[in-house]
Design a protein around this ligand. Structure first.
Ligand SMILES: Cc1cc2nc3c(=O)[nH]c(=O)nc-3n(C[C@H](O)[C@H](O)[C@H](O)COP(=O)(O)O)c2cc1C
Ligand code: SF4
Ligand code: SF4
Length: 249
């Protein structure tokens, strides 16, 4: 079983790909089900999430915290999706547990298309490029599944060099995360369709007094920014969104 968080579809794609190849089940952590009971019934649990500057998204961290008692002595598989690089993006997941609390069976990173659409240094991939990402990810997942079936253990991001690189990259992320809590901006183009309110995984957005307000609870997933029909939302960099990431179908 895989439990995933996906802001814009990449991690969902990877989680579903694994489950397709392994004939397994996957659940978004946003689903309203009894995850404690579900986790307790499984021997091996997979987790899949996007990396944010060598940090596990806050929404996933809070999910693990909430269900930590059920995870004791479980075998876990970790998949982390990233645009370019995260150093120890899969390993940082284990920082949430005391030593020897869980046993890691496998950890892997998958390169996926960019979803940060409001920063001039990061452009969105073309359709052709997105297909290349998918082909490579599918190939990699075939190998991962074959290894897991054969009992081969691989832990991407767990070596010393990855840890140092991850540390160097992740050093600013707590500051960015804190700052971002309060910096979702809704521009004047907003038509109050309330789509963003209904799709935000953190219930961070609300409609009040005929405008959209935020509750200082953003997990920086970029979902609303990429989905707003008016391209009216921006975050952190505060550059106007020109092209949105449509996600993977
Ligand atoms: C706030 C934020 C920080 C990110 N940081 C990194 C990073 O440090 N390294 C990287 O390679 N990709 C980074 N990415 C890219 C995402 O990890 C990548 O696009 C991921 O596949 C998105 O997954 P999703 O569609 O499931 O949300 C970042 C994206 C966001 C929104
Ligand atoms: S999705 Fe965009 S247009 Fe619709 S309410 Fe939210 S900010 Fe406004
Ligand atoms: S406000 Fe937007 S970016 Fe922040 S958590 Fe909600 S959907 Fe994601």
């Amino acid at each position: 079983m895989i439990l995933y968080f996906s802001g814009t579809g990449n991690s969902k794609y990877i989680a579903e790909l694994f489950c397709r190849y392994m004939n397994d089940e996957c659940y978004s952590i946003e689903e309203k089900i009894d995850f404690g009971k579900l986790i307790a019934s499984q021997e091996i649990i997979g987790f899949c999430y996007p990396i944010y500057g060598s940090r596990v998204p806050r929404i996933m961290r809070e999910f693990v915290q909430k269900h930590i008692e059920f995870l004791k002595n479980k075998k876990i598989i970790i998949f982390c999706t990233q645009l370019i690089f995260s150093g120890d993006g899969a390993r940082v997941f284990t920082d949430m547990f005391p030593r020897n609390y869980v046993q890691v069976l496998y950890a892997e990173h998958f390169l996926m298309p960019n979803n940060v659409c409001n920063f001039f240094l990061l452009s969105l991939a073309s359709e052709k490029r997105i297909k290349k990402y998918i082909t490579k990810a599918e190939r990699k997942m075939h190998i991962v599944c074959r290894n897991i079936k054969n009992g081969i253990i691989k832990k991407r991001g767990f070596n010393f060099v990855s840890r140092i690189l991850g540390l160097a990259q992740g050093v600013f992320m707590p500051i960015i995360e804190k700052k971002t809590l309060d910096c979702v901006v809704i521009g004047n183009d907003c038509i109050q369709c309330r789509l963003c309110v209904s799709i935000c995984p953190m219930n961070n957005l609300e409609y009040e007094n005929r405008k959209i307000a935020h509750k200082s609870n953003c997990t920086i997933c970029y979902r609303c920014i990429n989905k707003c029909p008016q391209k009216a939302i921006t975050l952190f960099f505060h550059q106007k969104v020109k092209v949105q990431y449509k996600g993977l179908c």
